[in-house]
Design a protein around this ligand. Structure first.
Ligand code: NAD
Length: 477
């Protein structure tokens, strides 16, 4: 069985306690790998290594750092098959999607390799002085990530941190640490000084907490649940640490009466069900104009029937298992709650039947109609493959319902009218609005949430700024 050590100070190491755990495949419960499990002292060692490496890496020119990041991107691409396979085996998503995730992670390294060179300062001439404004790397960054995109979401942090001149300690998700660790190892192997890139495995309550509370870390970049983000923000406050938080979502998808219904149904099905709905910007609530709601919903069901469900290692599969029993149980609870409150089941709502499904956490993509805001599925983060449809009469009503949420990560709108597109997208309370597109992620643009979906931005040039501090040097004349 594959063995996954941690990476501390450039060396692959077991944990200080010697503890190991087995990672299982969510498609069939087979053991995939044995992983070394650290605790607070391991995290403290890694932070010290990152601190020791900081003067060397931050003192390296941005051009040289860019060269190393490009080499890292190449190395990640050369190890793509292995890293992608680990994603599928530990997380469940189809191999074709896992490969796309690793490609995107390599692209992030390339993007920030160049973006790091554009960390320009300012020169300000005053009457009695001249001012130079510098943007310098914050220091050691703690990078804490979830299991739904274990490599990509880490790459969004690793790439700008290194490009800015920071060193880091990564803490991958406890139940899916394998691919993320291989990704960081590839980045390290591209020519980083020992200690610039570290990985520690272990529970969030121990390893994560040490990374947050130890005075060595100066920046916490976190993606995960809103509740965990709240804890991190509170505990980082003690030392006024910089935090970036990418948290939960409850994304609305509005279909206007003038929308291209085929395009909207395809986009909705893909964004609601890919990765089994375990996507922070996944579609959670659908609002369809009453004039077209029935026609749209029929098209959505038709699209949903097309997905092939199975073990992600099968090249024909579109949807794998859910990540864990807990994820599937929560999804079932939300569906039962909605049905109990008057929603109607149009497709799914249960596990698929047949050979190959018994041992895994499989669930059918589920379409509901007659949904309303009394239902948990419309208010809480299901993080599962459920698309509940609700009819609306006016655009203002749709916008009001879309904004009736504590979350504000992504919102989608399908319309063929430019005025409607501008009117609605200016009023939707979300960090990203997709108009006639079902994805608000673009490497060159900022990504992040409003309200309880987060704080700060990743990607774009804002993604680099998240790892920089501003310094004003005033020269007397
Ligand atoms: P989670 O919050 O349970 O865990 C995320 C990471 O935090 C894990 O590595 C975990 O071990 C660690 N952690 C847990 N407790 C900690 C603590 N006290 N201190 C420090 N670290 C701690 O989230 P999850 O279940 O792995 O991921 C799913 C969640 O992530 C969903 O809510 C989803 O919406 C969110 N998410 C958000 C985005 C985004 O960009 N906004 C992207 C993907 C996922």
């Amino acid at each position: 069985m594959f063995h996954s050590p941690m990476l501390i100070n450039g060396v692959e190491v077991p944990s200080l306690s010697g503890k190991v755990e087995i990672i299982h495949n969510p498609a069939n419960q087979d053991p995939v790998a044995e992983v070394c499990v650290g605790s607070r002292p391991d995290a403290a060692l890694a932070l010290q290594a990152a601190k020791d490496a900081f003067p060397v890496w931050s003192g390296t020119s941005s051009q040289k750092r860019g060269e190393v990041l490009h080499a890292a991107a190449d190395l990640v691409r050369s190890r793509l098959d292995r890293i992608a396979q680990l994603i599928t085996l530990e997380q469940g998503k189809p191999l074709k999607n896992a490969k796309g995730e690793v490609r995107s992670a390599a692209d992030a390294l390339d993007f920030f390799a160049e973006e790091g060179k554009r960390n320009f300062g300012e020169w300000i001439a005053s009457s009695q002085s001249r001012s130079i404004v510098l943007r310098q790397p914050i220091g050691v960054a703690a990078l804490i990530t979830p299991w739904n995109f274990p490599v990509d979401l880490l790459a969004w942090k690793v790439a700008p941190a290194l490009a800015a001149g920071c060193t880091f300690v990564a803490k991958p998700p406890s139940l899916a640490p394998l691919a993320a660790t291989e990704f960081v190892k590839a980045v390290h192997d591209a020519g980083l000084p020992a200690g610039a890139a570290n990985v520690v495995h272990g529970p969030g309550s121990e390893v994560g907490a040490e990374l947050v509370e130890n005075p060595i870390s100066r920046k916490i970049a976190f993606t995960g649940e809103t509740e965990t983000g709240r804890w991190i923000m509170a505990h980082a406050a003690g030392q006024i640490k910089r935090v970036s938080l990418e948290l939960g979502g409850q994304s609305p998808f509005i279909v206007c009466k003038d929308a291209d219904l085929d395009a909207a149904a395809a986009a909705c099905a893909q964004r609601a069900f890919s990765n089994m709905g375990q996507v922070c910007i996944g579609v959670n609530r659908v609002y369809a104009a009453e004039e077209i709601a029935d026609e749209f919903t029929a098209k959505l069901v038709e699209r949903t029937l097309r997905f092939k469900i199975g073990n992600g290692m099968d090249p024909d599969v579109d949807l794998g298992p859910m990540f864990s029993r807990a994820q599937r149980d929560r999804t079932k609870e939300h569906v039962a709650d909605a049905l109990g409150k008057g929603a109607q089941l149009l497709f799914g709502g249960c596990e698929p039947e047949g050979d190959g499904y018994q041992k895994g956490f499989f669930f059918l993509p589920t379409v509901l109609c007659k949904a309303d805001h009394s239902m948990r599925v419309m208010r809480e983060e299901t993080f599962g493959p459920v698309a509940p449809v609700c009819k609306f009469k006016t655009l203002d009503e749709a916008i009001r319902l879309a904004n009736d949420s504590e979350y504000g990560l992504a919102a989608y709108l399908f319309t063929n009218d430019l005025k409607t597109a501008i009117y609605a997208s200016e009023r939707l309370e979300a960090g990203g609005v997709g108009v006639n597109i079902n994805n608000v992620v673009d490497m060159q643009a900022p990504f992040g949430g409003w309200k309880q979906s987060g704080l700060g931005r990743e990607l774009g040039h804002q993604g680099l700024e998240a790892y920089l501090e501003t310094k004003h040097i005033r020269l007397g004349l």
